[in-house]
Design a protein around this ligand. Sequence first.
Ligand SMILES: [Zn+2]
Ligand SMILES: [Zn+2]
Length: 132
Amino acid sequence: MTTYTGSCDCGAIKVSAKIADPQGGVACHCGKCKSRYGVFCSVFVVPATDFAIEDRSSLTSWAYKGDSGSPVPCYFCKTCGVNIYREPAPLKPNVVLIAGVLDAWKEGKMGISASVCGDVAFPWVDVTTIKA
Ligand SMILES: [Zn+2]
Ligand SMILES: [Zn+2]
């Protein structure tokens, strides 16, 4: 277990998360991730109790209807718009932390070991190298 820290682009939201070793990052290729990130979204699924936000006053959210039929709240920074985490009901008590928020991710020290929604991945994305 390693504690990782990070922040949104404007610095208003600071996060920390305990993530198991090896890290087990996941690439999600769904339509929502395509519209937000262009290709796929890289995330870590972590217990909510292992995830902390220093000051939630700059955090806002919207929700879409997930495949399970329940709303999926997505939390992002009011100022810079960086996505911080999602909270799909089927994954509770875990949260889905957006990898790009973490400093170690931006420094290239973390990676992806699996894919979800690989069936709708762009044909030019090689999900087999991600070990779907
Ligand atoms: Zn921000
Ligand atoms: Zn997705």
